[in-house]
Design a protein around this ligand. Structure first.
Ligand SMILES: Cc1cc2nc3c(=O)[nH]c(=O)nc-3n(C[C@H](O)[C@H](O)[C@H](O)COP(=O)(O)O)c2cc1C
Length: 127
């Protein structure tokens, strides 16, 4: 089941630490194949519930479509891409990450994320 249509965004962040890396992998269609505990905790879903769901389950309505167009253009061309992404947890709260996504050997994709910390992020998150 895709939960995103039922969730009302709340203007409050979900917190995580600078040293908490999270990752998820998908198949070539963006269906989640695996993820770690930090990903599940911050997204506020049991990991078992996330596996098999489309990655847009955590899409935040504030995110411009063009970012995902670029992400998919790069990944399907076999290239890695990094992007700031605002996601929505199951409780409606948001969290920002810097995500580095890349094709992996099994034909799917891996995204590793961490907490944004550079000065550039302050500019990105305002637009
Ligand atoms: C490896 C990988 C990781 C992704 N991570 C996210 C993510 O964290 N948040 C997100 O909204 N979309 C993520 N996406 C993109 C989604 O698959 C989807 O394109 C996006 O949420 C837009 O969905 P929509 O076209 O239904 O609006 C990821 C895709 C891949 C391949």
């Amino acid at each position: 089941m895709n939960h995103k249509s039922k969730i009302v965004p709340i203007n409050a962040p979900r917190d995580f630490a600078i040293n908490e890396l999270f990752f998820s992998t998908t198949d070539r269609k963006g269906i989640i194949a695996s993820g770690n505990g930090v990903f599940a905790r911050v997204s506020h879903y049991p990991i078992k519930e996330m596996i098999g769901k489309p990655h847009n389950t955590i899409r935040h309505p504030d995110m411009p479509r063009a970012v995902f167009k670029l992400l998919w253009d790069y990944l399907l061309a076999g290239k890695p891409i990094a992007a700031y992404v605002k996601n929505m947890a199951s409780d409606g709260r948001y969290y920002w990450v810097l995500a580095l996504a890349a094709p992996v050997e099994d034909g799917g994709f891996l995204s590793v994320r961490f907490k944004p910390s550079s000065e550039l992020f302050a500019i990105v998150s305002e637009v």
